[in-house]
Design a protein around this ligand. Structure first.
Ligand code: ZN
Ligand code: ZN
Length: 249
């Protein structure tokens, strides 16, 4: 028998230059619980340093926090990378950092604050996290899969920073695990099911998450995962539809 889990895998923290400084672990967990989310994903731009802090804050509240990041490809397309454990996320971070150049300009892009589980500031990331890596979309998806993670094309309905906007279409050869639709797409779709007409040609599973940069946006859009348990491997199986597991938006 499957249970239904409410999940928002695309949440930024105060580490993202565009993320509000109020996006600290305790606030993120508080808002996620208030919206009855069972699972969230922390996906800062090209960086993973705040994942563990949110995971620790979430543990106390029974909230599963999946670690990830939102990687920018050299084509300037955003890709969500989700991983089961912090060691692997660290490996991904090393690869991304080795392919990202430039320094952040706080005045132009915003602060990049690293915090602990108690919301205390422990450092500032100096890298240009808002920048693009030297890696292609295909290379990024290949690396994510080699490390055992899930690769989801971010906000494919958007006219900027999406695989659709940068390539003009979504190639079926890339092997995404899912495509993400943004909250604004769900609001303006003409009827439930419109997404199948717009993106069904790709054959990829469709999900929707909030892409929250502010506390009030957490859970604004979510997906329902029908699966056996609240663990990473079940998320993968639900995206594949194995044994009647399913994902609904
Ligand atoms: Zn994005
Ligand atoms: Zn994002």
């Amino acid at each position: 028998m499957h249970k239904v889990y409410k999940a928002d895998f695309h949440v930024h923290t105060c580490l993202s230059p565009c993320g509000d400084l109020s996006m600290v672990p305790s606030r993120i967990v508080l808002e996620a619980k208030a919206r009855e989310l069972d699972i969230i994903g922390i996906c800062d731009h090209n960086s993973s340093e705040n994942i563990e802090a949110v995971q620790k804050a979430g543990e106390k509240q029974g909230l599963l926090v999946v670690g990830g990041m939102e990687v920018t490809s050299r084509e300037e397309a955003h890709i969500l990378a989700l991983f089961d454990d912090l060691t692997v996320t660290g490996e991904m971070q090393d690869i991304i950092s080795g392919n990202l150049s430039g320094e952040n300009d706080e005045n132009a892009f915003g602060e990049q604050v690293i915090v602990d589980a108690g919301d205390s500031v422990t450092g500032i990331n100096p890298a240009l996290l808002i920048g693009a890596t030297d890696l292609s979309i295909e290379e990024i998806v290949g690396i994510i899969h080699r490390l055992g993670g899930l690769a989801i094309a971010s906000h494919v309905d958007r006219e900027m920073f999406s695989v659709t906007s940068q390539l003009g279409f979504i190639p079926d050869s890339i092997g995404f695990d899912a495509l993400e639709l943004s909250p604004s797409y769900l609001r303006r779709r003409s009827s439930p099911g419109q997404e199948k007409m717009d993106f069904g040609y790709t054959g990829y599973p469709l999900v929707s998450f909030s892409d929250a940069h502010y506390p009030e946006d957490i859970g604004k859009s979510y997906s329902l995962f029908e699966m056996k348990d609240k663990v990473f491997e079940e998320i993968r199986k639900a995206l594949c539809g194995i044994d009647e597991r399913a994902v609904k938006i």
